[in-house]
Design a protein around this ligand. Structure first.
Ligand code: TRP
Length: 452
């Protein structure tokens, strides 16, 4: 597709794909969501299953998504349309990129609210409010934020403006420079903080909680949560990586690049766990606290570290940027499509979509206070969106996309794309996807739904 190629541009260096994809992968999912899902699912058993899911499901599906993106080099919707015009696949497959775009869009509605919490905490960090804070103080601070929809709305709006402005630019510009500095900085500060947290917190219990497991802990719920978390954390099953693959240089081995992204993503999640759990155990915070876990533990850490105000400021600034580089990948699919198909300027497309996301986000933030009614299945609006996206949409899109790539796209087409001088992982990947990832995802998802 030379036409779309010149519309979009190619990453200027193969490494930039790795940075951009890691930027999408590393976000609130690693630092906010991973610790609390780990807490709710019993620790070690979940971590073990999670690592297996990353390797046997996440990585192969990620490679499938990127490879498909690079084969056609267009936005996902036009890619499938193009393949069906060339009579390679049936038209109906266009449902996959549509569902993918919708799941990204829906995730953004609550992601932006949580990113708003991070901005709120950045403000509190800079104004020195964490100094010597007690556990009760930290809990009260978080509850105060949740009880204040006006403040949440302010930060949600600020974040959405940032998202629209960033995604309104071409993704190949600017983003990579940002991530190149951000990621190493984030990892460094996490290592430092985790070391501190381990030194003051309960390390023995943390290690036992995170790394010890027994067979009976591995239930279907745990496995389903792990698959959902793996897909969420790698940003697969919504077409984001697909778009980044479309901008990827041909010289780079897809499997190797994706392997690095998975490694970085897991590293950041583990560091977040090592940062948060020592405190959770020494202060006896409830490990099953859910979404509040990270936001209650962090101020206590910052309240005690030397130069806590500065460290906390830098940390939350990095967290907001990490959230931003993830959030833009959620809108990228539709923005690219509107731009390439209807020639709508990127900024305008981003603004249109952003306004809708912003509106739905208001309902999300109200579900933490005035509107916390349970809508269905004992879930409020936020919980419902979270469950629909990570338990239904992401797995379904991931399954359909993998079936499309493994069973319907001609093997030679993929081989041409993937076999380079430096990489011969094709067979390994292809078989894993076909015979392990797809059956595993189908069984786990169905069993999870039925409630086995
Ligand atoms: N992976 C990101 C995180 O961990 C979130 C994210 C970005 C995402 N793009 C996505 C999740 C696409 C699902 C689908 O924070």
């Amino acid at each position: 597709m030379p036409e779309s190629r010149c519309l979009q541009g190619i990453w200027s260096s193969p490494w930039i794909f790795i940075f951009a994809a890691s930027g999408s992968a590393v976000g609130l999912g690693n630092i906010w969501r991973f610790p609390y899902v780990l807490g709710q699912n019993g620790g070690g058993a979940f971590l073990l299953v999670y690592c297996l899911c990353l390797l046997l499901v996440g990585l192969p599906v990620l490679v499938a998504e990127v490879a498909l993106g690079r084969t056609v080099r267009s936005n996902p919707i036009d890619t499938v349309n193009d393949l069906s015009e060339r009579r390679i696949v049936h038209k109906a497959w266009v449902i996959v990129p549509w569902l993918a775009g919708i799941s990204g869009f829906l995730i953004l509605t609550f992601y932006s609210v949580i990113a708003g919490w991070s901005i709120a905490y950045l403000e509190r960090a800079l104004s020195g409010q964490f100094k010597d804070i007690s556990q009760l103080g930290a809990e009260a601070m978080f509850e105060g934020l949740l009880a204040n929809p006006t403040e949440m709305l302010l930060w949600h709006s600020v974040f959405m403006v940032l998202v629209v402005l960033t995604v309104g630019q071409s993704v190949t510009r600017g983003l990579s420079a940002l991530v190149r500095i951000l990621l190493p900085a984030l990892i460094l500060i996490l290592v430092g903080l985790a070391a501190y947290s381990i030194s003051i917190g309960n390390m023995t219990k943390t290690l036992e909680f995170m790394f010890a497991w027994s067979w009976q802990d591995i239930t279907f719920d745990v496995v389903l949560a792990a698959v959902g978390m793996a897909l969420f954390s790698l940003s697969v099953g919504m077409g984001a990586m697909f778009s980044y693959g479309a901008y990827m240089s041909k010289r780079m081995s897809i499997t190797r690049a994706c392997g690095i992204v998975v490694g970085v993503d897991l590293l950041v999640a583990l560091l977040a766990g090592l940062l948060i759990f020592p405190l959770v155990f020494s202060f006896q915070i409830d490990v099953e606290a859910g979404p509040s876990l990270t936001f209650v533990s962090l101020p206590i850490i910052f309240g005690g570290v030397p130069a806590g105000q500065v460290v906390a400021g830098v940390f939350f600034a990095l967290l907001v940027i990490a959230a931003l580089t993830s959030a833009i990948s959620m809108l990228e699919l539709f923005v690219a499509w509107l731009h390439e198909k209807f020639y709508i300027a990127r900024l305008k497309a981003a603004l249109l979509l952003g306004i809708v996301v912003w509106f739905i986000g208001i309902a999300v933030l109200l579900s933490f206070n005035h509107w916390d009614n349970k809508i269905v299945f004992d879930l409020n609006f936020f919980e419902l969106l979270d469950e629909i996206t990570s338990m239904i949409l992401l797995p379904v899109v991931a399954i359909l996309l993998s079936v499309l790539v493994a069973w319907f796209i001609p093997r030679t087409m993929l081989q041409n794309e993937m076999i380079t001088k430096q990489s011969n992982h094709f067979e390994w990947w292809y078989r894993t996807l076909k015979y392990i990832s797809i059956p595993a995802m189908v069984v786990i998802t169905l069993a999870g739904w039925i409630g086995a």
